[in-house]
Design a protein around this ligand. Sequence first.
Ligand code: FES
Length: 127
Amino acid sequence: MALYSEKVMDHFRNPRNVGVLEDANAIGEVGNARCGDIMKMYLKIENDVIQDVKFETFGCGSAIASSSMATEMIKGKPVSEAAGLTNQAVTEALDGLPAHKLHCSVLAEEAIQAALKDYRRRQEEKN
Ligand code: FES
């Protein structure tokens, strides 16, 4: 059996939503201290809906595939739904990751959580 699913390879080779979102109103950056990979998530949220999302990942192929898939899963979704996205859901959507690469999908979940935390902080500052 191949180590990586076709979906992982597809999202690694053709990542969706890569780049910087200039008008983002929520940004989250996380890293994994052990492997040194870094993921940055940009969200544009309007009326509590994620209108647009982009990411930059300096890391392994699984981290790139996970962030790509995660952005697809939260785009157009309410903040409440995005907040519930788990790394398990991302991994399942990718048709699995090798056990030693599961932490790469955790990075995607954490990057979204960090961006949503930034969004809430900015909302509170406005009020
Ligand atoms: Fe660390 Fe993939 S090896 S995020």
